[in-house]
Design a protein around this ligand. Structure first.
Ligand SMILES: [Mg+2]
Length: 264
């Protein structure tokens, strides 16, 4: 049966590699988003990148010419903050992460104890672009002692324009594993927790949702982990040969979001 994108009510949209690369909008992305809006579809910009939060993403999208609402953004950082609030209320957190993530956590009543003499209740690893040896060492000490250990997401690289990448949280996880032998609980995509939270917030069922993204082991894998339909776009890090050899299968594949417009 032909795959019909217009049957969905809520569109989870990945951003890096799906709507833009670095600071450059992907051709057709603006028209795609505007078409979804004109069809009264709900949009959730769902990103694993925890170096920014919903406030910084709202700004970024505005600069790129996409008008969005703050409630339309859901980052792995916000999801992790909600998750930790539920499972470790008011916890003291040793954080490897930037200020936007710190803000997400503090909004949910968690306390960051870096730089104090207090013992944390848990360690959280985010996309820390200011990672240094001291932080890695201290985090490894706490993790080695057996403290609960979480990561906002497990992506190995963050895509940039021109095929370049930045090493991301998944790569940092491997470094910490090298020292401690431990891997974290990952809250972001493909953990279904992030989808369940968003569905609850927007009052939709899983069947009403579709995820559009460029990454196989996070976006597309949600079909298996969360049971939602997924659309692979080839505008980011995945090409067809990579898809064909991957265990993660999408409900449909398009060159980019531009080619989905005609079917909405
Ligand atoms: Mg992506």
């Amino acid at each position: 049966m032909h795959f019909d994108p217009k049957k969905f009510d809520l569109f989870f949209l990945d951003m890096d590699g799906t709507l833009y690369l670095g600071d450059k909008l992907i051709d057709g992305a603006l028209e795609f988003v505007n078409t979804l809006k004109s069809r009264n579809k709900k949009i959730v910009y769902l990103t694993n990148n925890s170096s920014k939060n919903r406030y910084s993403y709202l700004e970024k999208m505005k600069k790129l010419g996409i008008e969005a609402h703050i409630d339309e953004f859901f980052t792995s950082g916000e999801a992790t903050a909600i998750y930790l609030q539920k499972n470790h209320p008011k916890a003291k957190v040793y954080l490897l992460g930037l200020n936007p993530l710190k803000q997400d956590l503090e909004e949910k009543g968690l306390r960051i104890i870096n730089g104090t003499t207090e013992k944390p209740d848990l360690v959280l690893l985010g996309f820390d672009q200011e990672l240094n040896y001291k932080k890695i060492w201290e985090a490894c000490d706490w993790i080695g002692e057996g403290l609960p250990y979480y990561a906002t997401h497990g992506d190995f690289n963050c895509p940039l324009e021109g095929g370049k990448v930045m090493p991301d949280t998944g790569s940092m996880m491997l470094m910490i594993e090298g020292s401690t032998g431990k891997m974290p609980i990952v809250v972001g995509k493909p953990n279904r927790v992030i989808i369940d939270m968003a569905c609850e917030k927007h009052q939709v069922s899983l069947e009403q949702c579709v995820m559009i993204g460029d990454r196989l082991y996070t976006d597309i894998r949600l079909k298996e982990t969360a049971g939602i339909d997924t659309i692979l776009v080839l505008s980011g890090e995945t090409d067809l040969p990579m898809y064909e050899s991957s265990p993660y299968k999408a409900s449909a594949i398009y060159p980019s979001v531009k080619e989905i417009i005609a079917e909405l």
